[in-house]
Design a protein around this ligand. Structure first.
Ligand code: AP5
Length: 207
């Protein structure tokens, strides 16, 4: 599992983890954005919560994650859960299913650095690559096709941060034994080196 405040670098590191370890990346934010884009009932319910930077209700999220974790490719290759659980209730829900991580990575970045990361983020809809206008500048030829998330404004980021701080301690409480805190202020490659160390040293608890 990987956790951290908005724009702490979870998605950036997940891409590197998947490359190296071949796990299936399950990003709850990406799953929800796909539901919103497809206009499904779940997406319609989720949209206003996401726009406000609040947690989407458990009735939408919990089953979605459970179904995803049950897929064949996930069972065969292992999972990397990004952005779940985000509350004590969500942790409790997967505990009940016997789902536990081998390692719980918490990427720590002070709030004052996160707003810059949020507003400068752009992603490439063709490759899924995440860029930052300052910290990871995109190649000039792809700039016209890059997109900015609708919740990546300073105003929305403030509430996303508030939501994160209100819930993170309850989540950590479930994973004290698997918790590894990562200094997310380092360069992207340095963060990944710390993560590799944590994964390679993790005691495997799940089959
Ligand atoms: P989600 O999509 O998960 O958003 P988030 O948690 O706010 O995280 P982000 O995707 O913004 O950031 P990230 O940590 O992946 O950072 P990134 O690598 O892109 O969730 C969105 C919404 O969905 C939530 O607000 C909520 O409404 C809903 N939701 C999701 N999960 C839910 C759940 N379980 N229950 C209920 N609702 C849920 O990096 C950010 C930027 O920084 C990039 O530009 C990157 O290039 C740059 N960067 C990365 N690392 C570094 C570094 N080391 N140095 C400098 N720059 C860096």
């Amino acid at each position: 599992m990987i956790a951290g405040a908005p724009a702490a670098g979870k998605g950036t590191q997940c891409a590197k983890i998947v490359d190296k370890y071949g796990l299936v990346h399950i990003s709850v934010g990406d799953l929800l954005r796909a539901e919103v884009a497809a206009g499904t009932p779940a997406g319609k319910k989720a949209k206003s919560f996401m726009d406000n930077g609040d947690l989407v209700p458990n009735e939408v999220v919990v089953e979605m994650v459970k179904n995803k974790l049950g897929e064949d490719a996930v069972q065969q290759n292992g999972w990397l859960l990004d952005g779940y659980p985000r509350s004590g209730e969500q942790a409790e829900a997967i505990e009940k299913e016997g789902i536990r991580p081998d390692v719980f990575l918490l990427i720590n970045v002070p709030d004052e650095l996160l707003i810059d990361r949020v507003v400068g983020r752009r992603s490439d809809p063709e490759t899924g690559e995440i860029y930052h206008l300052t910290f990871k500048p995109p190649p000039p030829e792809i700039v016209p096709r890059l997109v900015q998330r609708s919740d990546d404004t300073e105003e929305k980021a403030v509430n996303r941060l508030r939501t994160y701080h209100a819930n993170v301690d309850a989540v950590i409480g479930y994973y004290k034994e698997q918790l590894v805190e990562i200094d997310g202020t380092q360069s992207m490659d340095e963060v990944f080196a710390s993560i590799q160390k944590a994964i390679d040293n993790a005691k495997v608890v799940a089959a």
